[in-house]
Design a protein around this ligand. Structure first.
Ligand SMILES: [Zn+2]
Length: 319
């Protein structure tokens, strides 16, 4: 296979460790034939989304090179793979997808393109918050919303679980640098804990009767559960077509509840949402869910911008 260096075989002990750590969460491809990269050379990692790539870069630091398959700003829910993506997948030692129905359309392509020593991890599959990370205050629909949809990273408590799984996967694929991944992850996890507190503080400016987050696609279940908002959306969790009935339903709700703003997402055509908002006489903010871009190039920046946007448009001080 051109471009893939000859690597020393992983020891049996490391293979056993890898299986123990990644039990139930990894589809390990012939772990006995896997190998660590030569000392000093970065571990190639491929992720489906830019947000997963950001997590992997924070955990991997200089020890990894990370690229995402779905380009910044693209709509995950309608994305299709190119031949260049297959080549990148074939060179990767760790392949990260979200799973939980978000990017499962990549599974077949990954299975056929990945190299023999690689590990593929669907980070969100089977993920559940431990008791000490449950939301402090639950929204009135929290029970029915909990775990609804694949966009779990929009709750920083789930993002922390993502990061822990990525840390464990990197350590299993590349045991000599496990301590590096452990140290980097510990530092980034502290940032995520701070992020959670900062978002809660920013959103405390939004009174209870205005705690309704109205977005284009139904991506914010984990977020609204965590910060005690209700949520409504024009389109379902996978985006998709909007019917006139969807618009009528949303407008009626916005008027009845006196909600001052709805939120467009840059990766979707926002024309319908803007028309609906203009008809209802409410403001349109911007919020991000699936992808990073030049305005918010990291997960931390995206989440802080989302909280600032929501606080600015839904607080008592909002117009
Ligand atoms: Zn989405």
């Amino acid at each position: 296979m051109p471009g893939i260096p000859l690597l020393r075989p992983r020891t049996a002990a490391a293979a056993v460790l890898a299986l123990a750590v990644l039990l139930l969460t990894l589809a390990a491809c012939s772990p006995a034939t896997g190998a660590s990269p030569p000392p000093g050379s970065p571990l190639p990692v491929v992720s489906s989304t830019a947000i997963l790539a950001d997590f992997a870069r924070n955990v991997g630091g200089d020890a990894v090179t990370v690229s995402s398959i779905i380009p910044p700003g693209a709509d995950i829910h309608t994305f299709r793979l190119t031949p260049g993506d297959s080549a990148r997948i074939s060179r990767a030692r760790l392949i990260l997808t979200n799973g939980a129905g978000l990017d499962d359309f990549l599974d077949a392509a990954i299975a056929s393109a990945r190299n023999h020593g690689s590990v593929s991890l669907a980070v969100a599959n089977g993920l559940a918050l431990p008791v000490d990370r449950q939301p402090v205050a639950s929204s009135q629909h929290a029970d029915e919303d909990h775990g609804d949809g694949p966009h779990l990273w929009l709750d920083p408590a789930y993002a922390m679980l993502y990061v822990e799984r990525i840390r464990d996967a990197l350590a299993a694929v590349d045991p000599p640098r496990a301590a590096v991944y452990e140290r980097n992850a510990a530092s980034y996890l502290r940032h995520l804990r701070d992020l959670d507190e900062d978002i809660a503080r920013a959103l405390s400016a939004v009174p209870a009767q205005r705690r309704v987050l109205i977005t284009f696609h139904d991506a914010f279940a984990a977020f609204t559960d965590r910060y005690a908002f209700e949520r409504q959306a024009l389109a379902g969790v996978q985006g998709g077509d909007i019917t006139p009935q969807d618009v009528v339903r949303l407008l009626a709700s916005v008027r009845r509840r006196g909600i001052p703003a709805v939120f467009a997402e840059p990766q979707f055509d926002e024309k319908i949402l803007r028309q609906a908002a203009a008809e209802a006489g409410v403001a349109v903010g911007v919020i991000r869910s699936d992808t990073l871009d030049a305005q918010t190039p990291t997960y931390l920046a995206m989440m802080r911008a989302n909280a600032a946007s929501i606080a600015a448009l839904l607080s008592e001080r909002a117009p």
